[in-house]
Design a protein around this ligand. Sequence first.
Ligand code: ATP
Length: 655
Amino acid sequence: MSPECVRQDAESLRREVSRWESQARQRERRLAELERELLEKSSRAESLRRQLDDATRQLEESRRRHGEAEQKLSLRLQQCEDELARQAAAPARVKYVSQPVEVEVESADSQRALAELQAKNGGLQEQLSVQRQLLRELETQLHESQRTCAQLRTQILVYEGEMERAQGQLEVEMQNLEEEKNRVIEEAFIRAESEMKAVHENLAGVRMNLLSLQPALRTLTCDYNSLKRQVQDFPFMLDKAITEAKQEICQVISDVSSTNQELLRKYKREMNLRKKCHNELVRLKGNIRVFCRVRPVSQEEQDSAADAKTMLSFDSDDDAILYLANKGKMMTFELDKVFPPQATQQEVFQEVQSLVTSCIDGFNVCIFAYGQTGSGKTYTMEGVPDNPGINQRALRLLFSEVTEKAPDWDYKISVSMVEIYNETLRNLLGENPSDKLDIKMNPDGSGQLYVPGLTEFTVQSPEDINRVFELGHMNRATACTNLNEHSSRSHALLIITVSGFNSATGNRTQGKLNLVDLAGSERIGKSGAEGSRLREAQCINKSLSALGDVINALRGKHSHVPFRNSRLTYLLQDSLNGDSKTLMMVQVRPGLLSLSAVRTRQTFLYYPLHPHLKSTPTHTHTHTHTHTFVSLSLWGPVIDIMHSLAPYPNLNHHN
Ligand SMILES: Nc1ncnc2c1ncn2[C@@H]1O[C@H](COP(=O)(O)OP(=O)(O)OP(=O)(O)O)[C@@H](O)[C@H]1O
């Protein structure tokens, strides 16, 4: 037990003993009061006893006096009778008759004497009646005194009984108190004894500790003394150290600055090398890449074309191969990457993110989503709210990349949204989205194109992106009656410009990322459409053909690239030319590849982009490459784009 606990226990015991002592004192006081009362009652009984004795004495005295008075009276009566007898014997005859006394007065003296005697007799009679009266009163008093005495005796007995009872109670209480006191004292004593023992033991432990601490204390004292000496020397040492440190820091700073210069020089060299390597890599890989994404079959499509699944298959060992079975023949397509239906948005984005980040290094990039209506172009580019597509993911990635590069690099990211419908350019972030925009040559003489009046928003956070997308969607929706139909028949472009400045090197970069959700690639046959539908179809056909031609010319390194043949290619001229990079994401809608759909040809009226590629299956050989390309109407959209990209070294199609 700790000394603190022992001290607390002793304190509580002391409090208990003092409580018991105060109780004992109270009971002692009560006992004294009871004794005083007893004394008072005894003295009162004594005085009553004395009163009784006095009353008895008075009674005795009055009895005695009464006897004396009676004696006196009878003596007097005797004297009177004797006198009367004597007078009767005298010569004057006096006849005395006692009661009724009939005295015959014969002389005047006798008569006088008689009158006197009669008066005396009357007085005595009166005295006698007074004495009798007195006697009666005394008797009454005596009775009264006797009754009082009896009452007092009874009272004394009652008091005595009460006193005895009180005394008995007092004794019992005293005894209880005595026992309680003894018990408490005994308990307290035992507890105090055991606590004392524990305290002694603790004390012994503390003493032992103290003994063992003494050497440590000596060491500490030594240390303290040496530290004290050091502290006294410290200012001098500090001054010396500071001077030395200053010299070292100056040396290090000069070393660092020369290393820095060297690093900067190396960095610039590495950057140039990196860009060269990148360009080389792009050149080797081909700066136009084709990915294919097959979207999952919806429930409705599954019901209507149960055999659709049999048409497409994938190579589990090679994710660049796509197989298509047709009329017992198996065709193999080799692309840069094939995404099966189960591929997630994240997986798709992972493959394009290096392209996205290259625009931070100053490259221009175009990512096109190409395919029929409902093949998943918008899903891939925009995605759905809880699973965004390339557009949002690209902006978020750019934010995180430029944040990582700060503070060496200061970047600005700005966004524009444009729609091309019927060869007309519309500013989706502008105040009047229905206004038509034009593409012009920049008057600064740089030879660059620009779009006067095109709205550009600088974005700094994912919230800004959401606001921009909302505005773009809203403007696109207000400009048309049926957004779904309209979006299928127009191209939507998200143009992201990333400008960077490195304050250390003074380097500046500017890259552009164009994310394009193309119009649906199926086109209406000349005979099947008229009016506005025909014009839409012609415009879509024209722009997609122009895109194919441009890519074709770029791949073939033709001296002339026909950018001006459509608004789309003209607008993207900067981003398709030179060392820019292009990705064509060919979207495939498996339902339309079903055999039942093939049989009813009018359900999809494709025709190839190039006049020489007919919708009937043919085998063609490119002029410059030995790869075989097949044009199949049932593989319409994919074949279209693949042919439009020919000659294409990455694309092999084996029959
Ligand atoms: N990979 C996918 N996973 C799940 N659902 C998809 C996928 N691709 C497309 N879809 C769904 O298929 C439907 C059609 O897709 P989407 O609207 O993106 O096609 P589209 O080619 O953009 O059509 P349009 O040319 O009419 O704009 C949508 O309901 C979309 O959510």
